[in-house]
Design a protein around this ligand. Structure first.
Ligand code: 6PG
Length: 226
């Protein structure tokens, strides 16, 4: 599959269109929309636009690509960022949100998250997101799969605890098999400061985790804000 690379000055509008198109198709075909949310700062305006645009969440199931190992109300928490920009603005039933419990011991949090994913997909052989939103760091990481870290090699679990030496901190992340099982992966990236890394990743350099996200049977979109 050839990645679709879209450069845009209307980042929020274009990202919202991708999300809503995927939601309409998934709910029409399967009655539910499994969307994986990216952390970091880039997605903030996208989630705010989604909150303004969407009136009901029937069938929407929210998961997280990764989480920092901090409490859910910590300034670094991805859940807190998503709560502030989306979940508090248009309340979503708690049962529709599969939160990574960053407040717990990392390995336990990863194991619990995997169990929640398995329950949510009724013990299917793999959790398949309809749309998985991801970001990319300036070092080519995605979710919390950082270059040279242990979780990159994890293929037997759907979620893993990952110590990130560069940050001297623990994270919990979805593993590559889950990322690559998505029906559609959409990277949301601001190009500022990341052009050189974007060039390497889009060229497929496996040294960078974001380049290893190539959904086997799915679509891959890079939405790049100019
Ligand atoms: C996280 C994210 C991470 C993020 C990139 C880009 O927990 O930080 O999941 O993968 O997407 O670091 O972050 P920015 O969007 O802030 O540049």
């Amino acid at each position: 599959m050839t990645p679709e690379v879209l450069r845009t000055r209307n980042f929020g509008v274009d990202a919202l269109a991708i999300i809503e198109r995927a939601a309409d198709a998934a709910i029409f075909e399967r009655g539910e929309f499994r969307i994986g949310l990216s952390g970091g700062n880039t997605p903030r305006p996208v989630y705010e636009a989604l909150a303004r645009s969407q009136d009901a969440w029937e069938g929407w199931i929210f998961t997280f690509g990764d989480e920092r190992c901090v409490p859910p109300d910590h300034p670094e928490s991805n859940y807190r960022m998503v709560r502030e920009t989306l979940l508090d603005l248009k309340p979503v039933p708690l049962g529709n949100i599969l939160r990574i419990r960053g407040e717990e011991e990392p390995r336990l949090a990863a194991a619990e998250y995997e169990q929640e994913l398995r329950r949510s997909c009724r013990n299917a052989p793999m959790y398949c997101h309809d749309l998985l939103l991801l970001g990319m760091g300036d070092d080519g990481h995605t979710a919390s799969l950082f270059p040279g870290t242990e979780a990159l090699g994890v293929t037997s679990s759907w979620a893993a605890a990952n110590f990130v030496p560069r940050l001297n901190s623990w994270r919990v992340t979805l593993t590559l098999p889950v990322l690559n099982a998505a029906r559609h992966v959409c990277f949301l990236v601001h190009s500022a400061g990341k052009e050189e890394m974007l060039r390497k990743v889009l060229a497929g350099d496996p040294a960078y985790p974001a380049a290893r996200v190539r959904p086997e049977g799915g679509n891959l979109t890079w939405l790049i804000a100019e």
